[in-house]
Design a protein around this ligand. Structure first.
Ligand code: ZN
Ligand code: ZN
Length: 279
């Protein structure tokens, strides 16, 4: 039997705190509206929350107190829960791949601080969860946000079983497992470079699971500089899904938050679900 694609969401992700119209919930609504949950190949799961004990494996008590004070605690716990739930579904074999929708950012979250719209580091928390539940698992994180994934890079540094590829263009390299690639601009250039550079790195590393940190701020109507259109994201998704089939039996988790106008999420998310579910 063909394994399903899981979509992880919680109503709390609808971002009332954002000053602009950037609501991942609009992307979720579009997936639903287009009938993608009506068949047997895509399943909806309510996300999170993760436990405070799990968050404390990655962050300090002082930083947790600060996140609570700022009012992002619940959405942060459910956002981490979406990624952990996706890891759980895919690593347990229940799901073929998964899409995790988050209501607040994570990749600029370090142990004791965060900035740039981030709170707690969902990616490092999911890896910490997997370290306790699926020993020896190798992860590859591909971060295509406009900005350097500094928090994730730092929190996973020294972990030889976690490859962190970042498309920020900052030119950093942190040992064998931390790579920043020069970024491209525009759909054709971006897809061409991505296809040429990323699959060989993943092939070489042989992860058990690929996590794609997809930042929609690379969209031409967001504050990024990559000038991508809606059509580019399903293209990137297809490259990673195909690579995952070759290196890790298709185990791909796509994490996406809304750092572009809501209408971008509403176009991109259903298209991604179609790619993930083999459509
Ligand atoms: Zn960003
Ligand atoms: Zn980087």
């Amino acid at each position: 039997m063909m394994k399903r694609t899981g979509v992880f969401f919680h109503e709390i992700m609808r971002n009332e705190l954002a000053p602009m119209d950037m609501d991942i919930g609009k992307g979720f609504d579009a997936i639903k509206r287009e009938g993608l949950f009506d068949g047997h190949d895509v399943a909806l799961f309510e996300a999170g929350p993760v436990s405070e004990a799990l968050v404390l494996r990655v962050h300090s008590r002082e930083w947790l107190a600060e996140v609570k004070r700022e009012g992002y605690w619940e959405v942060a716990l459910h956002s981490a829960g979406a990624v952990v739930g996706a890891f759980d579904g895919v690593l347990s074999g229940e799901l073929h791949n998964a899409l995790a929708l988050v209501g607040i950012g994570g990749h600029h979250a370090h142990r004791d601080f965060a900035y740039g719209g981030c709170s707690i580091n969902h990616e490092a928390i999911a890896v910490a969860w997997a370290r306790a539940n699926h020993r020896g698992t190798r992860f590859a994180i591909v971060d295509t946000d406009t900005h350097h994934g500094d928090g994730t890079r730092e929190l996973l540094s020294g972990d030889e079983n976690a490859l962190h590829i970042c498309y920020c263009g900052c030119g950093r390299g942190d040992g064998r497992t931390g790579i920043c690639l020069p970024h491209a601009s525009g759909d054709d250039d971006f897809l061409r470079r991505f296809q040429a550079e990323v699959p060989p790195l993943l092939d070489d590393f042989r992860p058990d699971l690929i996590l794609w940190f997809c930042g929609l701020d690379t969209h031409r109507d967001s504050y990024g500089t990559r000038k991508l259109s809606e059509g580019c994201y399903p293209g990137l998704c297809r490259i990673l899904a195909r690579t995952a089939e070759g290196v890790c039996q298709g185990r791909l988790v796509v994490r996406v938050g809304c750092n572009a106008p809501s209408r971008v999420a509403a176009t991109v998310l259903p298209a991604m679900v179609r790619v993930l579910s083999g459509g």
